[in-house]
Design a protein around this ligand. Structure first.
Ligand code: PLP
Length: 394
């Protein structure tokens, strides 16, 4: 017998993947330049030069057996020290190398933390709009995903709604800022209020409620937005990080879980993360990529191209009458669908070869997501189509 749960997951393709593949098929028919694919969050800026230089230099100069061999499951000592040093320098974070467990990106980092906390009847509370894969990550790993409805005005967190969803089964709250899909950065004030709520609720339910902070877009911010170091606001936090977006390395699969000393039962949680990773078949993070990250821990992306795209799209779309929060992070815009249904809008856009993701799977069906990690030319040439689209709903 085959697991029906896994079969269903394997057979239902994510809407993003479907659009992406549709785009490739259409490109073969109408030409690549006539498909405006805003569907997938693949970085469109090259990695900082030091990244590729490091790959080359490591392969040329370091011992081949070392480069390609197994490392310790948590990552080799050099990379954990380099990243801890960088976090401490930036945030005064008091992170030791032993707090870091390297993974193949943020996805397995999140799953390891979820599994580490998935006791019987465990619930994890998320916030809409949320990264669509959270649902399979949580529900496929032994916990219930409970969703806090969205704040449709500022896309921060509706703490009253969240409070109503926390109970004795709540093991953790999961947040993501800068946010995919809204592009919004949670303010320090939001995080402080969240911390107060979780402190109060932990007392009420009689056990610590963890905060899982999913931060693959930590460095992607604009207009002077500041991303707080979440454990300094709520110590009982596990941070999941990835180099997929910040160093434009999504296919290389490298990231980490950070369990700071201030987290409840920190050593045990860290060990449980290692145990969960083991169950999931984690042996070690890619060895070569660890060595690159060790050299590039202090590298930051050049955001000029994303910023230019973001501004051009926001200015044009709002001038046509679209409504959306001004995104100050990540590389997404979350736009209210003219006509009210993002699915209907996405279908009509698809007829014009404009590929945008309806917000249903993000827990926000009235909005659609645009990835701004495309070429500037794609944006410029798509604008008349966005104008036609909104006009067709008047
Ligand atoms: N979390 C969020 C919010 C994301 O947007 C993504 C990828 O797009 C991930 C996690 C997974 O990232 P990774 O490629 O590092 O597994």
């Amino acid at each position: 017998m085959i697991s029906q749960e896994m079969l269903a997951l394997g057979q239902s393709r994510s809407c993003i993947r479907e659009l992406f593949e549709y785009g490739m098929k259409q490109a073969a028919i109408v030409g690549k330049e006539n498909v405006f694919d805003f569907s997938i969050g693949n970085p469109s800026i090259p990695s900082p030069p030091l990244v590729n230089e490091s790959f080359l230099d490591i392969v040329r100069t370091e011992d081949s057996l070392d480069i390609h061999g197994y490392t310790s499951a948590a990552g080799y000592a050099g990379v954990r020290k380099a990243v801890a040093d960088d976090l401490n320098q930036r945030y005064d974070a008091h992170i030791r190398p032993e707090n870091l467990f390297f993974t193949c990106g943020a996805a397995p980092a999140l799953i390891a933390v979820v599994r580490a906390l998935a006791v019987k009847d465990a619930e994890i509370v998320g916030v809409a709009p949320f990264f669509a894969e959270y649902r399979p990550f949580i529900e496929g790993n032994g916990a219930k995903f409970v969703v806090t409805p969205p704040d449709m005005e500022y896309f921060q967190i509706r703490l009253d709604e969240m409070a109503a969803r926390i109970n004795e089964h709540t093991q953790a709250v999961l947040i993501n800022s800068p946010n995919n899909p809204s592009g919004v950065v949670y303010t320090k004030e939001t995080l402080e209020k969240l911390a107060n709520l979780l402190t109060k609720k932990s007392r009420e339910v009689g056990h610590p409620i963890y905060l899982i902070s999913d931060e693959p877009y930590r460095e992607l911010v604009y207009d002077g937005a500041v991303v707080s170091w979440v454990p300094s606001i709520y110590p009982n936090t596990a941070v999941c990080y990835s180099y997929s977006k910040s160093l434009s390395l999504p296919g290389e699969r490298i990231g980490y879980v950070c369990v700071p000393d201030g987290a409840a039962d920190s050593a045990e949680l860290y060990a449980a993360v290692a145990g969960a990773a083991r169950v999931l078949g984690h042996v070690c993070p890619p060895s070569l990529q660890q060595r690159v990250v060790a050299r590039c821990a202090a590298e930051r992306p050049d955001l000029a191209a994303y910023d230019k795209n973001r501004k051009a799209l926001y200015e044009a779309l709002t001038s046509y009458g679209y409504v959306c929060p001004k995104a100050n992070g990540a590389f997404y815009m979350f736009v209210k669908a003219p006509g009210g249904s993002s699915k209907a809008f996405s279908d009509r856009a698809k007829e014009k070869n404009v590929l945008i993701v309806p917000g249903n799977d993000f827990g926000c069906p009235e909005y659609f997501r645009l990835c701004t990690c495309v070429s500037y030319d794609t944006i410029q040439r798509s604008l008349p189509l966005f104008k036609e689209l909104i006009d067709s709903f008047q």
